[in-house]
Design a protein around this ligand. Structure first.
Ligand SMILES: Nc1ncnc2c1ncn2[C@@H]1O[C@H](COP(=O)(O)OP(=O)(O)OP(=O)(O)O)[C@@H](O)[C@H]1O
Length: 308
């Protein structure tokens, strides 16, 4: 069995002019994994994806897909990749059926059953004009066109952007359909962390152009801990404990978020002598915001408010 990664990003750096967008990024995506590619706006996710697919040149470092350099992907390798770019562009004058036929002409493999199943899932009729579709329907059509060639690797750039929760769920279900086949791999960027939590095996977090986390969703969530300390009187200021990411103080409570908390962290919290310490389970979204939110952002904001 071939165990080499489907995607290899090796010390990738990208500048636009004098601006560094991606810095020394290395990442391996093994076959059969669903990878969530996360980061705040403008952190370089689309840029990395475009370099990966050979649409942009790296400044330094390189990327490989199925073992081939992204800058010289053969048509055969390209046919193994399904790419759904941001924005879900369609040719508005074509019908849904014509879009399918047009797309099919570019691929050696085309599974019309998959195309029709996804179209039906999104309640689309073959005769509908693509230009008249709603945003969610357009996403469905684009996804059907991306899935029907049965790509081994699916790269989706913010696929659920602007979709309502029902359309998003449909999109996720269709996406998962692909991975039911053995050895299918998905890399998808998203800001909808509840969706990422639902489907991703692993996440990569880009921050300031660099990779700050590459682990399972579970591991990421567990590495961050949130505690609410209750006091009978005014709480003390947040202590200088290693790993403290965020703190929030109210009349009787001190809420603290830590990266890589240990039993020693809890012992140090106990020394503050609170009436109660409550560990709070974090969602992926809570964990992500604590992790990549600007340090002190909330504190400064609150401090400003306190003076008003
Ligand atoms: N062709 C270009 N020329 C100059 N700057 C660019 C170009 N393409 C992207 N950028 C800049 O690079 C930065 C990263 O953009 P990118 O689209 O990769 O971020 P992103 O993480 O995908 O963001 P979002 O989550 O908002 O989609 C942005 O500041 C963007 O303005």
């Amino acid at each position: 069995m071939n165990t080499s990664p489907v995607i290899e990003i090796d010390r990738l750096t990208k500048y636009y002019g004098t601006r560094e967008i991606v810095r020394d990024l290395s990442l391996k995506v093994p076959a059969g994994t669903i990878y969530g590619f996360l980061g705040r706006n403008g952190m370089g996710k689309t840029t990395t994806i475009r370099i990966l697919l050979g649409f942009e040149d790296p400044t330094r470092g390189g990327t490989r897909v199925f073992g081939q350099d992204s800058q010289s992907l053969s048509p055969e390798t390209r046919a193994r990749i399904g790419y759904l770019p941001e924005g879900h562009h369609v040719y508005g004058w074509m019908t849904v059926k014509e879009c399918g036929r047009f797309q099919a002409s570019f691929f050696p493999k085309w599974n019309q059953d998959i195309f029709e199943a996804v179209i039906t899932h999104f309640r689309l009729e073959p005769k509908m004009k693509a230009g008249h579709l709603s945003r969610g329907q357009r996403a469905g059509l684009c996804l059907a066109m991306t899935l029907a060639p049965e790509p081994e690797l699916l790269v989706l750039d913010d696929p659920a952007l602007g979709l309502d929760p029902v359309a998003r769920r449909s999109l996720l279900q269709s996406m998962l359909y692909v991975t039911r086949q053995p050895n299918r791999t998905i890399l998808f960027s998203s800001h909808l962390l509840s969706d990422v939590e639902r489907v991703a095996d692993r996440i990569a977090v880009l921050d300031g152009g660099a990779l700050r986390a590459d682990c399972t969703v579970e591991r990421f969530r567990e590495s961050l801990r949130h505690y609410v300390l209750k006091f009978d009187d005014t709480p003390p200021p947040a202590p200088a404990i290693p790993g403290l990411l965020e703190s929030f103080r109210t009349d009787r409570e001190l809420a603290l978020t830590f990266a890589n908390a240990t039993s020693d962290t809890e012992a140090q919290l106990a020394r503050l002598q609170p009436a109660d310490i409550e560990p709070v389970q974090m969602t992926l979204e809570d964990a992500f915001v604590s992790y990549v939110g600007e340090r002190g952002e909330k504190t400064f904001f609150m401090r400003d408010l306190e003076h008003k």
